[in-house]
Design a protein around this ligand. Structure first.
Ligand code: AHG
Ligand code: MN
Ligand code: MN
Length: 335
């Protein structure tokens, strides 16, 4: 196998494809480097003293795991000094993090979920890091960046991706030219291209949803899952399989590679979903659309939603285009 490192891939994207500005290339490289460090911590587990919870809660009222905080710190530290960012935002921080004055200020905004799937950390299952890159509004060059600068629809993302810390550590990335997967070569210390131009297989009869929320679902969600459960004797006429890992990165990765659908729908408890628009839903939507799938809040494409706040939650329904269209139809029909 000819080894293409992430650095080489990015330089080629910059040179040949001409789609990647040098500053953005640097930014992606630094995020990838931070993910390498996070991967190392996750892998050390109990030996590194990184497991377990802290006393603290994040802005969403969730108890922070030790690794949530460690990963957040690693991402902040790695990205502060490079000169390519104007500000950062994270699931683990109430408001935005400005680049300290001692470092040059760049033109991009970085958002991240430092550890996705936190409930899986202490039981040795896959977790990951999700990130999204936006361009700061031109007007922010001469003033301090504010939270409102981040509130852009997902359609404006210039890059997004995730790292998954599982049996292998993988980095899955888009800069708008398709979806590429890199595997961490621990001995050499580099991310190596392991899958190019990933296209989601279509027609896979597999769904991912947390069934324990069933009583809170909307009629549309209930109708769709009922049809899946009815299998070959129902209106779809095919049997379905079900998977739920509790880590969005792991579920989305499976869907990218094997097909199917993932749902964390808005439900009657809050009228919103659980997942966060800016640093979970949008980056995954960008990847899924680039891989030929669809990503909606049940009806509207996620990347067309105009965000109203940094930590906004939203229903997420993504994966196989035909299934997402079926779900949209069921959500909007009366019957
Ligand atoms: P996080 O660990 O960043 O808070 O995200 C967890 C998310 C997502 O990864 C996963 O799909 C979902 O929460 C699982 O929720 P349930 O525990 O309700 O199944
Ligand atoms: Mn998450
Ligand atoms: Mn998280």
């Amino acid at each position: 196998m000819k080894h293409t490192t992430l650095s080489r891939f990015l330089i080629e994207q910059q040179r040949t494809a001409g789609v990647l500005p040098a500053e953005l290339r640097l930014l992606v490289e630094i995020v990838a480097r931070a993910c390498k460090a996070i991967s190392h911590s996750v892998n050390r587990g109990v030996l590194g003293g990184v497991l377990g919870s802290l006393e603290s809660e994040n802005v969403q009222g969730e108890v922070q795991k030790r690794l949530d905080v460690i990963a957040n710190e690693k991402l902040l530290e790695a990205n502060e000094w490079g000169g390519h960012l104007a500000a950062m935002a994270s699931e683990e921080m109430e408001t935005i993090h400005l680049i300290p004055n001692r470092f040059p200020k760049g033109e991009y905004l970085l958002l991240f979920d430092p550890i996705d799937g936190s409930s899986n950390i202490d039981v040795g299952l896959s977790v990951g890091t999700i990130f999204s890159v936006l361009q700061a509004p031109a007007s922010s060059a001469t003033r301090e960046v504010v939270e409102a600068d981040f509130l852009q629809p997902g359609r404006t993302q210039v890059a997004s991706g995730y790292a998954i810390y599982g049996p292998q550590s993988l980095l899955v990335l888009t800069v708008g030219t398709g979806v590429f997967e890199f595997t961490l070569d621990r001995e050499v210390g580099s991310w190596v291209l392991s899958d190019s131009n990933i296209t989601m297989p279509s027609g896979t009869r597999e769904f991912a949803i947390n069934m324990s929320n069933q009583r809170h679902w909307s009629p549309g969600t209930t109708r769709y899952i009922d049809q899946c459960l009815a299998g070959s004797t129902g209106p779809i006429g095919h049997d379905y399989n079900m998977r739920w890992t509790g880590s969005m990165v792991a579920d989305v990765h499976r869907i990218l590679k094997r097909g199917g659908v993932f749902l964390y729908p808005a439900d009657s408890r809050t009228g919103q979903g659980k997942l966060r628009l800016m640093y979970e839903a949008n980056p995954m939507a960008f990847l899924i659309e680039q891989a030929g799938g669809a990503a909606t809040d049940g009806v509207t494409p996620l990347m067309d939603v105009a965000p109203s706040k940094l930590h906004q939650r939203i229903g997420v329904v993504l994966g196989d285009k035909a299934e997402i269209e079926r779900i949209r139809g069921l959500a909007t029909s009366e019957g």
